[in-house]
Design a protein around this ligand. Structure first.
Ligand SMILES: [Zn+2]
Length: 223
């Protein structure tokens, strides 16, 4: 690995990666910080550093060291993996390699699924958008799943937001096991991941220390 890049080298890498992004990633909706100088934004520093090391594996501590040098106000431990959420094709955990010429597979899959969701006319279309699998656990319809015993998996309409009507746009396909287990207790994103509690059941079942945390926070918000 080369020595740590100088600020000038990082700025050059930042300008170059912006150009590559415009040509290869912008058409896919991949997000990039809208800043002129790389030090204006932590993610811009990460991208400049990863691009400077061009295709090599970069330890996140190297990126954190650069951040400390150029932006001492930033946190010591920089979470470079968060670039994945913006669509960047970042390979590895802790040690990362960036391919700036194509979005991550996850990003493309998310985009296709979202488009297919929006175009779905009925529940069968919606299931197809998820490859006929449970959005939450991935179990395939019509066959047994080793996690749940011999019963065949049956996909049901699960609520994304249980506080709203169960329209197609508010539904995700969920297997009968997930649908039953979560009842109306949680709200889900369109990837089938829990994003919020939707009823007090999970709070009742929480430990006292969690209840106190929730209580204190609610008191702070609502008085
Ligand atoms: Zn499931």
């Amino acid at each position: 690995m080369k020595d740590l890049p100088s600020p000038n080298e990082l700025q050059a890498a930042w300008e170059e990666i912006q150009e590559i992004h415009t040509e290869y990633l912008l058409p896919h909706g991949v997000r990039i910080p809208n800043v002129v100088h790389y030090t204006e934004n932590a993610k811009a520093i990460w991208l400049a550093a990863l691009h400077y090391f061009d295709g090599q594996v970069v330890d996140k501590n190297t990126v954190s060291t650069i951040c400390q040098r150029d932006r001492p106000d930033l946190q010591h431990d920089q979470q470079v993996r968060h670039l994945k959420r913006d669509g960047w094709n970042l390979i590895g955990r802790g040690k990362h390699k960036l391919d700036p010429y194509k979005p991550s597979t996850e990003w493309i899959n998310d985009k296709v699924r979202r488009e297919n969701r929006l175009n779905a006319n009925d529940f069968n279309d919606l299931k197809a958008a998820y490859g006929n699998r449970c959005a939450t656990c991935g179990a395939r319809e019509g066959r047994p799943d080793p996690r749940y015993g011999d019963d065949l998996v049956e996909l049901q309409r699960g609520h994304m937001n249980p506080e709203k009507n169960l329209t197609l746009q508010n539904a995700i396909p969920q297997c009968q096991f997930c649908n039953r287990a979560y009842r109306g207790d949680f709200a889900f994103d369109d990837k089938g991941r829990v994003r919020a509690v939707a009823d007090i059941g999970p709070v009742k079942r929480a430990s006292d220390s969690v209840k106190i945390k929730i209580h204190n926070w609610l008191t702070e918000v609502f008085g």
